[in-house]
Design a protein around this ligand. Structure first.
Ligand SMILES: Cc1cc2nc3c(=O)[nH]c(=O)nc-3n(C[C@H](O)[C@H](O)[C@H](O)COP(=O)(O)OP(=O)(O)OC[C@H]3O[C@@H](n4cnc5c(N)ncnc54)[C@H](O)[C@@H]3O)c2cc1C
Length: 813
């Protein structure tokens, strides 16, 4: 087949992901779809995958993606006539420890709330399902009947056949050697078969995706690691319907393969591969056997399956697969180049995810927006520094093992740290801060007292930092606390049209006098959130936009792509120019008054005001605003002055009960006050009405804003989905997020965030509840609410309001 000179969309890569995108684009009615594969279909990573399809993921939307894969794979053979090897054999996951069992129980509860059948079973019941397994050292197990297995190369062929039937062209032995970009958008590709004009490129190049992206200045942070399994000769008692077995404490998975066993796993510290480049012509190839590295898996497999001792190994498979810095795949339109899409970095879950991810990406391309909240997978969660080879090489070695880590709340990765540090870092370190990482920043989570090591000890119960964070929380409510919030993303929009650009993008009115801070949503045309942030008017023609640390790339991208052609407005990321010191608590005014001559009283400095003040020799911007629900100021301090301002506050605050406080305290404080967080309570699936943030929407402002029409259409409807707050009645219960919410015994939603509220003395949670009959005060009052925490139902008091109201100085619980 001669290569065409143009196509509506060009997909690079004929693995399971690229073919799935082609299949789904053609299902959506796109005919002029061209897929280019440098070798043969499935020749990269796909052909040697083990073929396990497990459905449970950490968010409802990612779980939905895989749920769809299962649905697709079960009928693809009938649809295309190409065998797929799909078998719904179920899966058994076992726990060797009590902590693992807690995780399995929590997973089962979450799975059930997402509509996936999952049963907590005893070890004896597990043995009945998997007779070859040794069980005397097990605590219990979970059985998911809908999980299955498939033949990855056959699924790829079936998707390809389906795509071709829908009119797509799939060409093998054609390599994409470059991407032509014009005016910031895709214009065509260079290939070994000549140039092809196209306006849409989809990079599904697997472990090659990073290099392909780099050619066009697109950062795609992924790196290959070696992944190994063995396959044995037939073993007595192994039949095709044997479930998939996962023993995560032993780092292993096992599946039936031609009546023998395929056993592989996730090495706790894996071997990166292909850092410099992937060898030319790497097609249907494997890597060298490495029995030494495989030893930990083999030893654990022998514990679980004693019959392996005498089994003959037929194949040792070592293949490369790409992993990302956070173990989630990468999907979506790259912020650097318009209409450059990516579907790559599947972290050893590409067979399970390809059906759903391929469909989501195809829908994203057709509609030019994501079909649902896919923030965890969204390419804009990264910044260019994440694609640094040295960082990736170090990080992915750890990420492989994360698969089978116990998913303790707040678990931090230990590799690839210290990428970005606040100017206060050394001071906070000296104060015994325990740091966590967000968007590359090291941030103090909590401070250890003398004699306590500032390191987390993980568990599903109260972790070791609980009492120290509680003290920071109390200091904020009762005295004054200092937070280092330097990691905030900060953007400056400047120019004669800055106001009109922001008025169009923001749901709140930002045409305010100089020196005002406005909390606002940015919405899309459907009236759902693209971000929530604060906008400070610095001058008639300049605004400071402050947003969450993780939202830097995403929000800058959203604003840039909505700058009208010819607009006199320039957006600059000024994150690294400013430290942010939060001074929060009832004595914050007293503390600031000791270090500054500025007038800080309510009249001179009301809530929402922002002014330059002097602290010592530094000029800082003080904004009266809070995320903890107390009197307080955020101080925007030039990086060079940050240490001296911090020291001044330190000296002046000693007798005021001043304390350093970290992000865990901020979390418990904001939860009591029901302040929403991006990615949890605020996503592209939610409107301000549903999120209870209508107060920050100005439908009546003179300039119409993006999303206004959609909001107007919804305004007078009885909402069928709303964010509720919960205070748990049992003061020992501890939810961490994702728990199912029940009303009168029926699942009606799941928890978006949770924390222990130290002022309330109970855990607090937020979560969306859905009911087709509508949700109002009466609905909330009339219901009996519970959270399902790993199978235990805990009664909770639900409300549409924040559980803690500092102005009324009372607790609603
Ligand atoms: C040993 C092993 C076991 C695994 N087991 C499982 C499992 O049980 N379950 C599961 O869900 N996942 C599993 N995986 C992961 C799964 O195989 C991958 O996530 C999935 O195959 C990735 O598919 P892909 O399409 O992104 O990449 P690939 O299959 O690598 O496809 C990318 C394609 O792009 C082509 N390409 C690259 N550059 C260019 C270019 N410039 N021009 C044209 N073409 C180009 C390549 O030739 C390649 O064919 C396993 C992986 C390994 C290594």
């Amino acid at each position: 087949m001669a290569s065409p000179s143009a196509a509506r969309v060009v997909i690079v890569g004929g693995g399971i992901v690229g073919t799935s995108v082609a299949y789904h684009l053609s299902k959506l009615g796109w005919r002029d779809v061209l897929l280019l594969e440098q070798g043969s279909l499935s020749c990269g990573t796909t052909w040697h995958a083990a073929g396990l399809v497990g459905q449970l993921r950490s968010s409802s939307n990612l779980t939905r993606l895989i749920g769809y894969s299962v649905e697709l794979y079960s009928h693809l053979e009938a649809e295309t006539g190409q065998s797929t090897g799909w078998k719904r054999c179920g899966s058994v996951s076992v726990a060797r420890t009590a902590e693992r069992m807690i995780q399995l129980k929590r997973n089962a509860s979450v799975a059930n709330s997402y509509g996936i059948e999952a049963h907590v079973i005893s070890r004896e019941e597990a043995a009945a399902r998997y007779p070859l397994m040794r069980i005397d050292d097990l605590v219990g197990a979970v059985w998911i009947p809908g999980d299955g297995k498939a033949n990855p190369a056959d699924i790829t062929q079936a998707l390809a056949r389906g795509a071709r039937a829908g009119g797509a062209r799939l060409m093998e032995s054609v390599k994409v050697t470059g991407v032509r970009i014009e005016r910031g958008a895709v214009a065509g590709v260079e290939t070994t078969a000549g140039p092809i004009a196209t306006e849409i490129l989809v990079n599904c190049a697997g472990m090659w995706a990073r290099e392909l992206g780099r050619m066009s200045g697109v950062a795609i942070p992924l790196h290959a690691c070696e992944h190994m399994y063995i396959v044995t000769q037939p073993i007595a008692g192994v039949a095709p319907d044997l479930p998939v077995l996962r023993d995560p404490d032993g780092h292993i998975y096992v599946k039936e393969e031609v009546q023998g066993l395929l056993m592989g796993g996730f090495d706790p510290w894996a071997k990166p591969w292909g850092t410099e480049s992937i060898p030319e012509g790497f097609s249907f190839q494997t890597l060298k056997e490495d029995w030494e590295k495989f030893d930990v898996l083999m030893r654990n497999a022998l514990i679980r399956l004693p019959d392996l001792e005498t089994a003959q190994v037929r194949t040792f498979m070592n293949g490369p697969e790409s992993f990302t810095p956070d173990n989630y795949f990468i999907l979506g339109e790259a912020p650097e180049v318009r209409r450059y899409y990516v579907g790559a970095g599947f972290c050893s879950g590409g067979i399970a995810a390809a059906g759903g991810a391929g469909r989501a990406l195809a829908e994203w391309i057709v509609a030019d927006r994501p079909p649902m909240d896919l923030w965890q997978a969204d390419i804009r969660r990264f910044a260019p520094f994440h694609a640094d080879r040295r960082f990736l090489r170090e990080r992915v070695s750890e990420v492989v093992g994360v698969h089978y880590h116990i998913a303790f709340p707040n678990r931090e990765l230990t590799s690839g740290r210290n990428l970005r540090r606040s100017p206060l870092h050394d001071r906070l370190h000296a104060r015994r801060a325990c740091f966590g990482a967000k968007m590359g920043w090291e941030r103090a989570n909590w401070f250890a007292p003398e004699g306590v090591t500032p390191e987390p000890v993980y568990s599903f119960g109260r972790q070791n930092w609980f009492p120290y964070s509680a003290a920071e929380h109390r200091a904020t409510r009762e005295a004054v606390a200092v937070f280092d919030q330097t990691s905030f993303a900060k953007l400056r929009l400047e120019g004669a049209d800055a106001e009109s650009v922001l008025q169009r993008l923001c749901a709140n009115d930002v045409a305010v006098p100089v020196g005002r801070v406005v909390y606002t949503a940015m919405l899309n045309e459907r009236g759902t959130f693209e971000s929530d942030l604060t906008v400070t008017r610095l001058a008639a023609d300049a605004y400071l936009i402050v947003t969450g640390s993780a939202q830097a790339t995403r929000d800058a991208d959203w604003i840039r792509r909505h700058l009208p052609a010819g607009a006199r407005a320039v957006l600059t990321d000024v994150t690294d120019a400013w430290a942010v010191i939060g001074v929060m608590g009832p004595r914050s005014r007293e503390l600031l008054a000791r270090v500054s001559d500025a007038e800080l009283g309510n009249r001179a400095f009301p809530f929402g005001a922002s002014k330059e003040i002097r602290i010592g020799s530094a000029t800082v911007r003080a904004s009266r605003i809070t995320y903890v629900g107390e009197l307080g100021w955020e101080l925007y301090v030039p990086i060079a002055d940050a240490a001296s301002v911090y020291d001044e506050l330190d000296r002046a605050g000693r007798d005021l009960g001043r304390r350093d406080a970290g992000y865990y305290a901020m979390e418990s404080l904001r939860m009591e006050k029901a302040y929403r967080a991006w990615g949890r309570e605020v996503t592209i699936d939610d409107t301000p009405w549903e999120a209870g943030l209508g107060f920050a929407v100005r439908l009546d402002k003179p300039a119409p804003f993006l999303g206004r029409d959609a909001l107007l259409a919804e305004r007078d409807r009885r909402p069928t989905k709303r964010l509720l707050t919960f205070v748990l009645e049992d003061d020992a219960a501890l939810p961490w997020g994702d728990e199912p919410i029940l009303r009168d015994g029926r699942i009606v939603g799941s928890v978006t965030s949770a924390a222990f509220g130290h002022t309330l003395g109970r855990a607090v949670a937020m979560g969306y509840v859905k009911d087709p009959g509508g949700i109002d005060e009466a609905y909330v009052e009339a219901g009996r609410f519970e959270l399902d925490i790993g199978g235990d139902r805990v009664a909770a008091r639900a409300s549409l309001q924040a559980p803690y109201d500092p102005r009324a100085a009372r607790v609603k619980s």
